[in-house]
Design a protein around this ligand. Structure first.
Ligand code: FES
Length: 276
């Protein structure tokens, strides 16, 4: 892709500051630097579109005979939830249609992903263009980093992490509760594998979080005096090297898990049963 010439602003910060070379072209790169941010934007938009639609439709999210509940509706805490899908009671009454049934955790899960260090890198480049790629000038004339609103909110990531841990516990409970047979008692089907794999990967993504790594081993002067925290920090550090891969994998498994539950709940397909 050829570099598009632009008019350089008279002054500003970053690449537009007075001390930087005045180059009319936005970039001198001739490779396809725009491809990774484009693919990232498409991937994120696809997930956000799918998750938004599924969160509002209120259909095919619960399979009563096998106790399969999609993670997009967990925990379901209102009288509007399908009978049996409220594993933690119904402290909220009927909800109007414009409120998703998973409204209690969805804002926190969204906040957890939006403030994630990896996703910041992804959408700063692909959506915010700040900058879109290495050696490609950003369209913004000023750069204030994450020191002012709205981006200063990014510093709340560790608090979203705490909530994400609670949500992972709830999803784990859902996955265990789903080992239920058509005629009662224990049951095991393909849906259990889908739910279990999803929850394992969610734990891997959550524990690989940079904030988790800091909570585990940060602010320690001597690892030798804290062997348990050191061990935990070592394990989290190994996971942390795969944080980007886990971020994308869990977007995929979340959507796939929901999709599978939707197909079974709507009786489009039958769950492949191994036991009961
Ligand atoms: Fe990605 Fe915390 S840094 S979830």
């Amino acid at each position: 892709m050829s570099a598009a010439p632009t008019t350089t602003p008279p002054s500003g910060t970053g690449v537009f500051s007075k001390t930087r070379a005045r180059i009319a072209a936005r970039t001198l790169r001739t490779d396809r630097w725009w491809l990774p941010p484009l693919l990232t934007a498409i991937g994120l938009a696809a997930f956000v579109g799918y998750a938004t639609i599924r969160s509002f439709v209120r259909t095919a999210y619960w399979v009563p005979q096998y106790h399969y509940l999609t993670p997009f509706y967990s925990p379901c805490l209102s009288d509007s939830c399908a009978p049996g899908s409220s594993h933690f009671g119904t402290p909220f009454g009927e909800l109007p249609m414009w409120i998703p049934l998973g409204f209690v955790v969805l804002p926190f899960l969204l906040g957890f992903r939006l403030t994630c260090y990896y996703y910041r890198k992804a959408y700063y480049r692909s959506v915010w263009f700040s900058p879109p790629a290495c050696a490609v000038a950003e369209p913004h004339t000023r750069y204030t980093g994450e020191s002012r609103l709205p981006l200063i909110i990014q510093n709340s990531h560790r608090y979203f992490f705490y909530v994400a841990v609670v949500v992972s516990v709830i999803n784990t409970y859902d996955a265990i509760y789903a080992f239920h047979g058509d005629t009662g008692g224990f049951g095991f089907g393909l849906g259990n594998i889908v739910l279990t794999v999803n929850v394992i990967l969610l734990w891997a993504y959550t524990l690989s979080c940079h904030s988790c790594r800091h909570i585990a081993g940060g602010r320690l002067k001597h690892f030798s005096a804290h062997p348990v925290r050191y061990w935990f920090w070592t394990q989290v550090s190994k996971l942390n090297t795969r944080h980007m891969a886990l971020a994308w994998t869990t977007l995929g498994t979340l959507a796939l898990t929901d999709f599978y539950v939707m197909l079974v709940a709507s009786q489009t397909i039958s769950d492949l049963r191994f036991v009961n």
